[in-house]
Design a protein around this ligand. Structure first.
Ligand code: AP5
Length: 219
């Protein structure tokens, strides 16, 4: 099973992906995580991406598509793909079809997690991340056992530089203009499923499990 998770910033794509991947034997590929890794390593691509990411703008299609294609083509062939944050433009969606057709792993499902602005702002401004373990917390919804410290690695939690209210509003504008139209792209292909990202993940997880199990039966 190969699928994409679509949705505005803070809809819970990364959180739900983390809960779903193991149960369904999927490989979680987040282009946001791939870009942050490149930025941390100071690679040429990372340096180019940094200014876009920190302003809440989209990284140019060519850069991010090359990064994604490399990851998909060099990853485990026995697992399905769960793509998070890619595609984000119509051009990326078309490139993705080509990449997946080339490796004969076409998309089965596009899961669209919608969320309201109020929920988005509170989730993003309250998010804290552990840079080394990659674990994601929320100061209210998912607090660590000890304030400011990762439960797994003991490292200090940080706030992503693009997680302030001003940048989130910009990310939201960019999302509405560039990414929302690809919901229709997948709807017209008959593979779109919409879920309510405002719901707490404990409620959303069983819904998504049912959707994935139904799809797995068809494959
Ligand atoms: P990216 O990292 O992909 O950011 P995003 O899409 O804006 O998504 P987020 O990571 O902010 O949100 P999420 O939906 O994963 O929420 P999460 O689960 O963490 O991209 C960052 C940047 O990279 C972009 O702005 C762009 O510049 C660039 N980029 C990336 N991909 C690109 C592409 N394809 N093309 C061009 N540029 C690209 O949840 C958020 C918080 O809420 C957490 O604290 C969590 O604990 C909490 N929470 C989540 N869900 C729930 C829930 N259901 N109930 C309670 N709390 C919840």
């Amino acid at each position: 099973m190969n699928l994409v998770l679509l949705g505005p910033p803070g809809a819970g794509k990364g959180t739900l992906a983390g809960l779903l991947v193991e149960q369904h034997d999927l490989l979680h590929i987040s282009t946001g995580d791939l870009l942050r890794e490149e930025m941390k390593n100071g690679s040429e691509l990372g340096l180019e991406a940094k200014s876009y990411v920190e302003k809440g703008e989209l990284v140019p299609d060519l850069l991010v598509t090359q990064l994604l294609a490399k990851k998909v083509k060099t990853s485990s062939p026995d697992k399905g793909y769960m793509l998070d944050g890619f595609p984000r433009t119509k051009a990326q969606a078309e490139s993705l079809d080509e990449i997946l057709n080339e490796i004969q792993r076409p998309l089965d499902l596009a899961v669209y997690m919608d969320a309201t602005m109020e929920v988005i702002i509170s989730r993003i401004t309250g998010r804290r991340v552990a840079p080394k373990s990659g674990k994601v917390y929320h100061i209210v919804n998912r607090p660590p056992k000890q304030e400011g410290i990762c439960d797994v690695s003991g490292e200090e939690l940080i706030q992503r530089p693009d997680d302030n209210e001003e940048t989130v509003r910009r990310r939201m504008d960019v999302y509405l203009k560039n990414t929302l139209p690809i919901v229709e792209y997948y709807e017209s292909k008959g593979i779109l499923v919409k879920v309510d990202g405002d719901k707490d993940s404990e409620k959303l997880l069983p819904e998504l499990n049912d959707i994935f199990n139904e799809q797995a039966k068809l494959n």
